[in-house]
Design a protein around this ligand. Sequence first.
Ligand SMILES: O=C(O)c1ccccc1NCC(=O)[C@H](O)[C@H](O)COP(=O)(O)O
Length: 209
Amino acid sequence: MTHVKICGLIDPDLVRFAAREGADWIGFNFVPGSPRRVTPEAAASLLLQVGKARPVALMVDPTDAEVDVIVALGFPVLQLHGAETPERLAEIKARTGREVWKALGVATRADLDTANTFVSADKLLIDAKPPKDAAYSGGHGQVFDWAILDGWQPAAPWMLAGGLTPDNVASAIAATGAPAVDVSSGVERVRGLKDRELVRAFIRAAKQP
Ligand SMILES: O=C(O)c1ccccc1NCC(=O)[C@H](O)[C@H](O)COP(=O)(O)O
């Protein structure tokens, strides 16, 4: 069965709801300025609501000090969504002993070759490239051409992201064979605010047999 990550939750009731609905991972966004950003203080109480889901901390080009704050909160997984290099990822992994995922925006096979240089990533999160004028490297609800994944041999376990919704996630899984999927915008009606019915519909559509 496909595994599901719901990313960018800021409300404790929604965190509990997503976990009860069967989300495997719940992402908390620590990117300054993002409408989905949570502070470390807020994350400490949100973490109490995750149930059996695994919490994932989303960061962009974090300093060691920023990573240390997140690790001290008890996050078992760090998702790097910036311009981190394979060397920086390996360094963070060695320093923290945590699972470290690398998110990459892709549009071509060459981008997938770049993704495969992150050999020590615990997961590659394959996302759409952000729009040219975007302030943030992810979370724009953009779909990329899934056909570029045909025949791709990932260097690490991987997850599909980018513009997934309750309506397209089943086709995305069928088209790509993705073992796991990630969503943020597609379960929001208002940017930054998750919607219960969309969260439920997404998880059900992704996990349908
Ligand atoms: O959501 C943000 O604001 C954000 C800011 C900076 C870097 C990444 C960000 N989000 C990434 C994600 O939420 C997801 O991991 C993924 O990219 C899917 O996003 P979406 O296409 O909106 O479903």
